[in-house]
Ligand binder design. Structure first.
Ligand SMILES: [Zn+2]
Length: 59
């Protein structure tokens, strides 16, 4: 399996996504997917909605 993010990047993402009320600074589509999966069951917390907005932006 090919990892989309290096272990140190995953560790940073995990730390940044630890608190639901923090507004995420999404850096890539892979990061957006990571945050959305981590916060999927939280009923639309700011982390989830921030990641969703990144992935939903009209380009
Ligand atoms: Zn959450």
């Amino acid at each position: 399996m090919n990892a989309v993010a290096a272990p140190n990047v995953l560790t940073r993402w995990a730390i940044q996504a630890a608190h639901c009320t923090a507004r995420p600074q999404i850096e890539s589509m892979e990061h957006a997917r990571y945050v959305m999966s981590a916060h999927a069951g939280h009923g639309g917390c700011p982390q989830y909605l921030g990641a969703l907005a990144y992935g939903s932006a009209a380009l």
